[in-house]
Design a protein around this ligand. Sequence first.
Ligand code: FAD
Ligand code: SIN
Length: 532
Amino acid sequence: MQTDFLVIGSGIAGLTYALKTAEACPDKIITVLTKTTSDETNTKYAQGGVAGVMNMDKDSFEKHIEDTLIAGDGLCNRHIVEIVVKEGVQRIKEIIEWGAQFDKNNLGDYALGKEGGHSEFRILHHKDVTGKEMERTLLAAIKNKSNIHLINHCFVVDIITQHHLGYLVTKGTPDIECYGVYVLNLENNKIEKILSKITLLATGGNGQAYRTTTNPAIATGDGVAMMYRAKGRIENMEFIQFHPSALYEPGVAGQAFLITEAVRGDGAILRNNKGVAFMENYDARKDLAPRDIVARAIDNEMKVNGTEYVYLDCRDMNIEKFINHFPNIYEKCKSLGIDVSKQMIPVAPAAHYSCGGIKTDEWGRTTINNLYACGECASTGLHGANRLASNSLLEAMVFAHRCYLDGAAKINLIEFNESIPNWNAAGTTEPKEMILITQSLKEIQLLMSDYVGIVRTNVRLQRAMKRLDLLHEETESLYQTTKVSPQLCEVRNLITVGYLIVKGAQLRHESRGLHFNTDYPFKSDRLQNIVL
Ligand code: FAD
Ligand code: SIN
């Protein structure tokens, strides 16, 4: 199969890019691949909303820029922050034109919310299901584009480069080229080759590297792992954001239900098991301090008091307003027997967002030619050491636009590389025991949660690396000898992601933003991005 533009991922990043490219290049084919179904994305689960300076009377670009820089704890790239904040407003207006509905107040103005680290009310939202509304809008819009081909259940295994033509490719090789991808077609279980002129990685996050995460099962860091294998550059992976308030449900494994930070923005308060509102002991901004600070405070309260959760107290909030703004959360709590007007909600931190990822420039270009990345899998320089709430959807739209502009300008200069060989599955057999794969997944999630969580130490990181080394060895030998399956690929990718997070953490000899190592409890004078 050949396609002019290949888009891997159907979240906000991939779909925004596909839509814009399809409009600008009506004579080109844009193929969008997803590994499950088109709406099963991190995007669909976004709750709080999208940050944007929509009310110039009270808010300003400068304030949003400043809030982003403060949250990022010294490591944001100011130029990129300015681009995202300023261009973001235009991108928000576009998605509204495409049909996205954001809540309005009685006066007909957008009802703007507030979240941790924001100095103003600037979060546009659709109730507490903003991502679902944005995903719906984009999926509806691409249906009208005859030059977009959306293919579900196609698991991308690897990026094709000169390596597949028999050349030695290392990190030092100049001009590594992307010619397309090998995909596992889950309809026929065969690995197929897709040649492309321009490829976009929009594969989302990697929360599944941890035992408890707000991310759905698809978030296994495939794009980052593929990029690393292809010898592209990966940056700042140690900055894993833990959301302070995932719903605590004993015995429930996998994806945790999120209680959006916007609930705190509307007045909810965190309390420990003794009923004490503790955030004032940690930061003057209390419950609305940036996420790294709130998650660490909760982690400390849980450790000191020997509990597995703290409480979110919404009892003083106006219940009608609560139900209107957070109907999904209200219903979820009700289904568990929690009446939020009378009872507190048990919450605990959960892995939520990867601030680092595939290193890109201001046009979303990666270090491999004709290969772009945007959305959560990319590291643009916006988030630095900690992402400001609701800046992710914004970043994805801004960089999808920039990737499209750059790609559309050069598509006619690129040819397909017809000499790429087919996938060679010789010597591989059907997997005999799936337990080998499922058990490895559990081991990765446990070791990452236990040793590479909110608080890290040198010894824990060293131990995590040793365990990952062993898992790597076992999984590689399985990969060489068995037929490829999505489960095997995901475990393999998560091991790579785990390695990149641990390696980044080991190389960062300081505590900054989301990375806190008790052996280096200070900030270094030297600002450094860790590139692997
Ligand atoms: P995703 O939306 O995750 O899409 C990834 C796509 O890649 C999927 O289509 C998947 O099938 C595809 N894919 C992945 N690997 C492969 C492969 N190997 N082969 C083929 N396809 C593949 N951010 C905000 O700004 N505001 C919020 O309010 C907010 N709330 C959030 C709440 C929750 C519960 C979560 C989990 C995240 C939230 N975020 C929020 C973060 C934000 O939702 C994500 O960062 C963003 O949606 C990521 O979009 P994306 O397009 O990069 O990736
Ligand atoms: C939330 O709604 O609390 C999540 C917002 C985000 O991750 O940006």
